[in-house]
Design a binder for this molecule. Sequence first.
Ligand code: SF4
Ligand code: SF4
Length: 183
Amino acid sequence: MTEEKTKKIVKTIKVDVDKCNGCRACEVICSAFHAQPKYSSNNPARSRIRVIRDPLRDVYVPVYAGEYTPAECAGRDKYVIDGKEYDECAFCRASCPSRDIFKEPDSGLPLKCDMCESDPPLEEPMCVQWCITDALTYEEREEEVEEEEEQEEMEIGLEALADKFGLDKIMDTVARMSMSKNG
Ligand code: SF4
Ligand code: SF4
């Protein structure tokens, strides 16, 4: 087992909930940027960021799509903000079997924020660029990581996806994505 240290850029988006006005521009641009071909449609249901909105209380909380998980978690979180209790799972980032959020509406495949990875790379992710209130700010820092560890994490993630959706469906999606990126 190799344990070489390697440098990794950690990308962070800082969310300042107090600045968010619930405009949902981040949802629109995220879905448009990831449409195939790019910008051919915008449907917030395909966005990798979702804004939990409660306009009467002026509460808006942007939540980013995180990891896919094949199983529901055994526990639940409850949030109370300004006296209002929010649904269990409302602020969770996972794409999981118990809800439709952070899933491709047509295929059901999980969506995850990829920080707008593209070639050539963007200076800042699209949602950050489109957020006129500066509720979202982008930061980068360098960290040392074990090379082996990173590889293992990727393999576990791919294995879980293949178990749930079947290898063929995953391969089709990857082929479609790569055609759209190269074309
Ligand atoms: S960083 Fe990019 S992929 Fe992630 S939510 Fe923002 S626009 Fe979507
Ligand atoms: S674009 Fe900014 S202000 Fe608008 S909903 Fe998204 S995070 Fe909030």
